[in-house]
Design a protein around this ligand. Structure first.
Ligand code: ADP
Ligand code: 5GP
Length: 214
């Protein structure tokens, strides 16, 4: 295969449906996929590291980034600001690398509307198999208070209502099966015409060969 362009892989779901888990598996499967590390004003959870899961910023710092045009998209989620820094995304896509976004539906809409998003976005929405299973998973993560869990459950309905805006929708029942489906989607989407800038040249060469035979 010749050169290829990167995809902007957008993964959204209600909180607890399995985005971070699948995002991590995808990067373990192919370490050329760059993860878009978001900035957020929410406090770090135990085990989270600055620059790995998020860039943890004050509201003032975050607002300065927005004002400076440094954000590809941003949104308020659960009372905190979240956003995807623009520069690393543009650099990766130019270099032919895929970028993975773990963002909510508001971010998904904004990324799809950007210049590079219109050409290279691949959006996948994850649904939980049931609402009771969603709540169980949120609790099993063991990182949020009862109040935060209740807030996230409330927001889930709103998030789920945006499922139809996505290219693909996966019900994350069995984790291994969902991961297999996700890999299949990414593998196929990398072959999209718009992702293969060399195709015109390849076909031109094929045609020259035809000419030479005549
Ligand atoms: P999100 O990033 O969407 O908030 P996480 O990836 O943190 O969700 O998953 C929430 C919890 O559910 C984690 O404890 C994770 O291990 C678990 N989980 C994810 N997918 C599945 C699955 N298919 N079956 C059972 N548990 C899962
Ligand atoms: P959490 O606090 O659980 O890490 O994330 C809460 C929600 O914010 C999730 O739905 C997550 O996808 C979303 N989110 C994380 N980063 C971004 C971002 O950069 N932009 C947007 N729009 N949403 C984000």
């Amino acid at each position: 295969m010749g050169q290829r362009r990167g995809l902007l892989i957008i993964l959204s779901s209600p909180s607890g449906a399995g985005k971070s888990t699948l995002a991590k598996r995808l990067r373990d499967w192919d370490d050329t996929i760059r993860f878009s590390v978001s900035a957020t004003t929410r406090p770090a959870r135990p085990g989270e590291e600055e620059g790995r899961e998020y860039y943890f910023r004050t509201r003032e710092e975050f607002e300065a980034m927005i004002a400076g045009g440094d954000m590809l998209e941003h949104a308020e989620v659960f009372g905190n600001l979240y956003g995807s820094p623009r520069a690393p995304v543009e650099e990766a896509i130019r270099g032919g690398q895929d970028v993975l976004f773990d963002i909510d539906w508001q971010g998904g809409q904004q990324v799809r509307e950007t210049g590079i998003g219109k050409q290279h976005a691949l959006s996948v929405f994850l649904l939980p198999p049931s609402i009771s299973e969603l709540e169980k998973r949120l609790r099993s993560r063991g990182q949020d208070s009862e109040e935060v869990i209740a807030g996230r459950m409330q927001k889930s309905r709103d998030e789920i209502s945006h499922w139809a805006e996505y290219d693909y929708v996966l019900v994350n029942d069995d984790l291994d099966a969902t991961f297999e489906r996700l890999k299949t989607i990414v593998t196929a989407e990398r072959m999209r015409k718009s992702q293969q800038p060399d195709l015109v040249g390849i076909v031109r060469n094929l045609n020259s060969e035809f000419e030479e035979r005549q």
